[in-house]
Design a protein around this ligand. Structure first.
Ligand SMILES: *[C@@H]1O[C@H](CO)[C@@H](O)[C@H](O)[C@H]1NC(C)=O
Ligand SMILES: *[C@@H]1O[C@H](CO)[C@@H](O)[C@H](O)[C@H]1NC(C)=O
Ligand SMILES: *[C@@H]1O[C@H](CO)[C@@H](O)[C@H](O)[C@H]1NC(C)=O
Ligand SMILES: *[C@@H]1O[C@H](CO)[C@@H](O)[C@H](O)[C@H]1NC(C)=O
Ligand SMILES: *[C@@H]1O[C@H](CO)[C@@H](O)[C@H](O)[C@H]1NC(C)=O
Ligand SMILES: *[C@@H]1O[C@H](CO)[C@@H](O)[C@H](O)[C@H]1NC(C)=O
Ligand SMILES: *[C@@H]1O[C@H](CO)[C@@H](O)[C@H](O)[C@H]1NC(C)=O
Length: 211
């Protein structure tokens, strides 16, 4: 019977080879959704699969699965939102559910086979759609907000007015954008605020009170 009592470190040593067929890709996912990260397809029998994650705060987590003993091991993986997507003997993918901003980072899957190693790295970026509102302010101004978006949203107006736009960085890497406008032309009866964001654009309109 092979190596029933081997340590986690020895498992990882199995993965330390000179060469790894390597690819990195970028992956953007929405916050609060379910994300599945895949391992590279191996061309022959898989011996060990290792997921190594370095989060954006430089903490890390390692999960490994050995096919011969059908056993999993993990190291400093405390976040229960991250797990094998299904039973590792069926699918080597990693699941994050639900995705949070703190899950941003670098996820590497290494597949060890007798013919060599296959590696795939995912640079994970988390997107947060902003909450968009439009309302009348004081003195005939109109205010459009794109609250807590990641990355920051862009606000534009129709018709173009005399506008002042400020950004506020929230602690969690999201940004609130506030644009306040007024129109010298008193014939303007309706204005629209257009919020452009990678998670989707949004347009809101409001009627202006004459006087
Ligand atoms: C993949 O990304 C990692 C982390 O940023 C980097 O260290 C490595 O050199 C990259 N590999 C390739 C083949 O681009
Ligand atoms: C792995 O194989 C599956 C099915 O053949 C394919 O859909 C998938 O794109 C492949 N993945 C990679 C990373 O090549
Ligand atoms: C993480 O580590 C890298 C390189 O070691 C360093 O440049 C970066 O500032 C660190 N980030 C944090 C959030 O500690
Ligand atoms: C691997 O172990 C799990 C339980 O830990 C079991 O359900 C599964 O059938 C085993 N798979 C194989 C291929 O032996
Ligand atoms: C509204 O306009 C008046 C007169 O121009 C000015 O005194 C007041 O500060 C303005 N209020 C705001 C909230 O801008
Ligand atoms: C980020 O922080 C703001 C302000 O505290 C909060 O309203 C928002 O829900 C947070 N967003 C995420 C995705 O954590
Ligand atoms: C959102 O608006 C931007 C700027 O106008 C545009 O480039 C982009 O294609 C739009 N995206 C969608 C999904 O409509």
């Amino acid at each position: 019977m092979p190596c029933a009592g081997r340590t986690f470190e020895l498992w990882l040593l199995l993965g330390l080879t000179i060469f790894c067929v390597f690819a990195n890709t970028s992956l953007s996912v929405f916050v609060d959704t379910r994300a599945v990260l895949h391992c590279p397809n191996a061309t022959s029998n898989v011996l060990v699969v290792t997921w190594s994650v370095i989060f954006r705060d430089n903490t890390s987590c390692i999960r490994a699965y050995r096919t011969d003993s059908n056993k999993t091991r993990e190291k400093t993986c405390t976040d229960e939102r991250i797990s094998w997507d299904s039973r590792p003997d069926q699918n080597f993918a990693l699941r994050i559910n639900p995705v949070a901003i703190t899950h941003e980072g670098y996820y590497k899957c290494e597949v060890v086979t007798p013919d060599g190693n296959f590696c795939h790295g995912h640079h994970l970026q988390v997107l947060v759609p902003p909450k968009v509102t439009l309302s009348l302010g004081e003195n005939g101004t109109t205010v459009c907000w794109a609250v807590a978006g990641k990355p920051a949203a862009q606000i534009s107006w129709t018709p173009m007015g005399d506008c002042h736009t400020v950004e506020e960085q929230l602690g969690n890497d999201t940004v609130t954008v506030q644009s306040t406008c007024h129109w010298e032309d008193h014939q303007v009866s309706e204005v629209s605020c257009f919020v452009s964001h990678v998670t989707g654009n949004k347009s809101l309109s409001i009627e202006m009170n004459p006087g």
